[in-house]
Ligand binder design. Structure first.
Ligand SMILES: Nc1nc2c(ncn2[C@@H]2O[C@H](COP(=O)(O)OP(=O)(O)OP(=O)(O)O)[C@@H](O)[C@H]2O)c(=O)[nH]1
Ligand SMILES: [K+]
Ligand SMILES: [Mg+2]
Length: 398
């Protein structure tokens, strides 16, 4: 039996099983089994053709991709927001590969990826769904593009497909730490009351994974799925913005209601409606921080910031140095900062100072290794000369 069939079998059994307190433990075990098969499915094939991925070179300060059903308007969005033209047509699967474009926004460059449409069953290999979803895993933000009049159904299906491939949208990694011990048992500590799992259920799951010697520290009211996510360890927590396109097809009342929801943006490419707001939403969601560097006595270059990602690189001065030059962290002496991250303006700071958007930074270096070596050489040289002179003095006195 292939993996897909095994998965199907467990899914069928889960659908058949009534959900109640008595079946809770069995359901937990089924979920763990399912997760294990799905992880196997995610592993690249050991032999045979790997299947063409959609590798596109990273560019710019952040990467955003568009995921959606066919013909929801992904290519229209790319062609509208960037200088790149991606083929737009009324038939499904117009786009067959990954097409990158660049959005210039607030001095930053954001790479936007147009992708083929995906359909139900994508995670199990229908169409090029698996490759498409793999791209989403490596992005800073997913735009889930939905057709306004079919949006809820599309959203539910897409979320499920992404979920099956280990992508959790707009969620944080559950606060659970599992550390090995030598006690020969599973020890569970929780800092808050657990209402969705009990000790027996947790131990059942651990047994399913054949994990016996661990301490589990739980700091939030987790579900079985959260626990499995932590054990599997390969989940990706990705930000998502729900983009409702073609709002020209629904009523103004509906538009108004959707527009008020968190992480939602309503647009119409045809009517060129709200596209500026889409950019603003993307920018807010990406949460990028721009830092302008300046040289002593000069004005900062406000057109060319160093862009830091709030979650990936961290916001410390150290990250800026690392982006400028590999050795700058070692050569760093101190920096002076103007801006919102400071108590005083300007302020002298070290490598661990946390920067804020639009800060201005002036870095002072200590001498580089090469400079130090040169200095040493010169010093040696002068010592040598002095000795010579001294010797000369002595001999002349003789
Ligand atoms: N009514 C309406 N139609 C739109 C809008 N935006 C795009 N379309 C149309 O939707 C159709 C599909 O657009 P595409 O941009 O090719 O869609 P896609 O998502 O890239 O499609 P695939 O590449 O096939 O997955 C085209 O006929 C567009 O003109 C809109 O805001 N309103
Ligand atoms: K299309
Ligand atoms: Mg397209």
């Amino acid at each position: 039996m292939g993996l897909i069939e095994k998965i199907k079998e467990i899914e069928d059994e889960m659908a058949r099983t009534q959900k109640n307190k008595a079946t809770e433990y069995h359901m937990g075990q089924l979920k763990a089994k399912l997760a294990k098969y799905r992880t196997q499915l995610l592993e690249p094939p050991k032999s045979g053709p790997k299947g063409e991925g959609f590798e596109v070179q990273k560019f710019g300060n952040a990467r955003v991709c568009m995921i959606g059903f066919p013909s929801v308007g992904k290519s229209t969005i790319l062609s509208t927001l960037t200088k790149t033209q991606s083929l737009v047509a009324a038939y499904e699967f117009t786009t067959l590969t990954c097409i990158p474009g660049v959005i210039d926004y607030k001095d930053a460059k954001i790479q936007l990826l147009d992708l083929p449409g995906i359909i139900e069953g994508a995670s199990e290999g229908r169409g090029r769904g698996r490759q498409v979803i793999a791209v989403a895993k490596a992005c800073d933000l997913v735009l889930m593009v939905l057709e306004a009049d079919k949006a809820e159904d599309q959203r539910r299906k897409l979320t499920l497909e992404l979920d099956k491939m280990g992508i959790r949208l707009n969620r944080k990694k559950p606060d659970v730490t599992i550390t090995p011990n030598k006690s020969g048992m599973v020890r569970i500590t929780s800092t808050i009351k657990l209402t969705k799992v009990d000790e027996k259920l947790i131990k059942n799951i651990m047994q399913e994974y054949k994990i016996h010697n661990v301490d589990i520290l739980i700091r939030e009211d987790i579900t079985v799925d959260d626990l499995i996510d932590i054990i599997e360890g390969n989940r990706k927590y990705v930000k998502c913005l729900y983009v409702f396109n073609k709002i020209d097809k629904i009523s103004i009342e509906e538009v108004d209601e959707i527009a008020r929801r968190k992480d939602h943006c309503v647009i119409s490419c045809n009517l060129k409606l709200n596209l500026d707001f889409l950019l603003e939403c993307m920018w807010d969601k990406l949460d990028l921080v721009r830092v302008y560097t300046k040289k002593r006595g000069n004005q900062p270059d406000f057109s060319d910031p160093i862009v830091l990602s709030n979650d990936r690189n961290g916001l410390m001065v150290r990250s800026v140095c690392a982006q400028i030059h590999r050795e700058l962290v070692d050569e760093f002496k101190f920096a002076i900062v103007w801006g919102r991250s400071c108590k005083f303006n300007p302020q002298k700071v070290g490598l661990n100072h946390v920067l804020a958007d639009e800060d201005v930074l002036q870095i002072y270096k200590s001498k580089t290794k090469a400079q130090l070596a040169k200095q040493n050489k010169q010093l040696k040289g002068t010592k040598h000369d002095r000795k010579k002179e001294e010797k000369g003095d002595k001999s002349s006195k003789k």
